[in-house]
Design a protein. Structure first.
Lengths: 154, 155
């Protein structure tokens, strides 16, 4: 499953800001950290603002702050703002969809989508933040032997 | 055996289930699922309360009532899987949720699984039960290497 650029930007932004709801970050700080386009991110932040997930803080040292509920906002809630994970949008028709072959194909694709939907709707931002912390610990663990070797000059 | 949650600090305590918990567990399950299953629970109490070192049944209680339970066991070599802990029942009374009762029950049973020598815990959840799935996710559980399959037998 590949997420669209806007969705990925949005997820990075909400995860970054939700990790510390008291902290304000500018769009350029977030864009720099994840190597994403500032223009793209600015549009995404406006959409997230309209949904009440982030709020703009005016003035010197202003930026964006998380304003949602991390225990009640799921990955699917954020993804749905920017794309659908359904293979066929409502009202759209595919050639051959009413043939037994088309219906069987649809059944298989729906199984995949149901699993994806169940996964994305069960992982809250709060859970993602815990996952990120775990990944960070593993990452540090992987770097540690390398650092030790460098320290002893190998 | 009592789990380490003093009632005065947390407002509840977790302990191993006893036979006298049966009516309260049946009632709690009935309130949540809308279906009373006395035969099922009688059988489960027979098999999981004070039976076998690898079967665990914990309840959470306040001073007034039983507010949650968790049940599981260590299973070995099913579907080729090395021994692992299985959780097949967990419930927290609505109204007392978000107070760490579920987390404490989960910690109690996973502690026992570790003591039993296993390093993995599994469960199975209906895809549309996002509340329960979110709970297990928040404990750090991810999709495992098995896929559950089924079919209608009347086709």
């Amino acid at each position: 499953m590949k997420l669209q650029k806007a969705t990925r930007c949005a997820l990075y932004a909400v995860l970054e800001l939700a990790a510390d709801p008291q902290r304000q970050m500018s769009a350029s700080e977030i864009a720099d950290k994840y190597g994403i386009s500032l223009n793209h991110l600015a549009k995404v932040l406006r959409s997230l603002g309209r949904e009440g997930l982030v709020e703009a803080v005016r003035g010197a040292g202003g930026g964006y702050r998380f304003s949602g509920n991390p225990k009640r906002t799921t990955l699917l809630d954020v993804i749905r703002l920017f794309e659908t994970i359904d293979s066929i949008s409502a009202g759209e028709h595919e050639p051959g969809e009413t043939t037994p072959e088309g219906m069987a194909l649809r059944q298989v694709l729906e199984e995949i989508e149901d699993t994806a939907r169940a996964t994305l709707s069960s992982i809250t931002l709060d859970t993602m933040i815990k996952l990120i912390q775990r990944q960070r610990t593993r990452w540090v663990g992987r770097q540690a032997p390398d650092l030790a070797l460098r320290t002893v000059g190998l | 055996m009592q789990h380490m949650v003093p009632a005065q600090d947390a407002g509840f305590r977790v302990r191993a289930a006893t036979s006298s918990d049966l009516p309260s567990v049946i009632e709690l399950d009935r309130d949540i699922t809308g279906l009373a299953k006395p035969e099922y629970w009688n059988d489960l109490f027979d098999r999981y309360v004070n039976r076998g070192r690898n079967r665990f049944f914990f309840v959470a209680e306040t001073d007034d009532a039983l507010v949650g339970y968790i049940i599981g066991e260590v299973r070995a070599w099913e579907f080729g899987s090395p021994p692992c802990g299985w959780i097949f029942g967990v419930t927290v009374k609505p109204g007392t949720r978000l107070g760490r009762i579920g987390t404490t029950l989960f910690e109690a049973i996973t502690t026992r699984f570790r003591e039993a020598g296993v390093g993995k815990v599994r469960t199975m959840i209906a895809r549309d039960n996002t509340l329960l799935m979110s709970f297990f996710r928040s404990q750090g559980m991810m999709a495992g290497p098995f896929i559950e399959l089924e079919m209608d037998l009347d086709e």
